[in-house]
Design a protein. Structure first.
Length: 277
């Protein structure tokens, strides 16, 4: 079977599942056979590099089954974007066998995750984990045993490999980032509406420029495009938590942007990251 339109690849985030894409799938209006959903929800004890290799095998199998060798669009959330980039930039960066038209990232820790790093911090870690227990992390969670989180750390080998590999000029990168533009504590109540970030000076602070889990500082990709949501800060007045990290894949504004770029990939995003942070 020859596919005439670009398939859509969906990659969920850390401790998540494919069900988060249900609302997007309803809106994107593509045939089922052109939506390829990568599920790594059972690989919680695996390394980032292993999951990236599973993504590679998944896409190779899908291409073979559908007789398709052209470009794909990839939409990913959180860790899903980190894994995807590890595949296309580190594992496939020189060969460029995987043909990607657009990589649309939603709340992705491109520079490594401050949250993953603070989980392991001897001073801040225990306090953060206590606050997030049962909400964002399992009860009695031990980050040192979580291979996913260890790979996502800012100081991890995988993050160093990503930074050294560089972006692929044949891929159009887009980022969708949320921010607490009104300073509402209900945005992410666990941190009074703010997001923890490890700055360039190696000190911890909290910022409004993040989605409660991923600060913009972590998402930075030099010279690539991004959209900041909500476009209208007034949207935060009704249900601000809909813009926090966990809910982004189901957020109507996020879905509208993704559908727009899939239907018309030549449309520019709203903003562009500077070439240097």
């Amino acid at each position: 079977m020859i596919m005439k339109t670009v398939p859509l690849i969906l990659v969920h985030g850390w401790k998540s599942h494919p069900g988060i894409w249900r609302r997007l799938i309803e809106k994107v209006n593509l045939p089922q056979e052109k939506i390829w959903i990568f599920d790594y929800s059972k690989l919680n004890e695996s390394t980032v590099s292993y999951i990236a290799r599973q993504l590679k095998s998944f896409l190779q199998d899908k291409r073979r089954l559908n007789g398709y060798s052209g470009q794909v669009d990839i939409v990913c959330h959180s860790m899903g974007g980190y894994v995807t980039r590890y595949y296309v930039e580190v594992l496939d960066g020189k060969k460029k066998d995987e043909k990607v038209r657009q990589l649309i990232e939603v709340g992705v820790p491109n520079q490594g995750s401050s949250m993953a790093e603070i989980f392991n911090d001897p001073v801040y870690g225990p306090k953060i984990l206590k606050v997030l227990s049962g909400e964002f992390v399992p009860q009695k969670y031990e980050p040192g045993k979580d291979m996913n989180v260890q790979g996502l750390r800012i100081r991890s080998r995988e993050t160093r490999e990503l930074c050294n590999a560089g972006l692929r000029p044949d891929i159009r990168y887009r980022n969708i980032l949320a921010a607490n533009r009104t300073g509402d504590p209900a945005f992410f109540p666990s941190f009074e509406g703010k997001t923890w970030v490890l700055g360039h000076d190696e000190t911890w602070r909290k910022t409004w420029l993040g989605d409660g889990v991923i600060p913009h500082y972590d998402s930075y990709l030099p010279g690539t495009e991004y959209d900041l949501i909500p476009a209208d800060p007034g949207f935060l007045q009704t249900e601000p938590y809909h813009y926090c990290h966990i809910h982004l894949p189901k957020n109507p504004e996020v879905i509208k942007l993704i559908v727009r770029y899939i239907k018309n990939p030549s449309v520019p995003s709203t903003e562009k990251f500077p070439d240097r942070r």
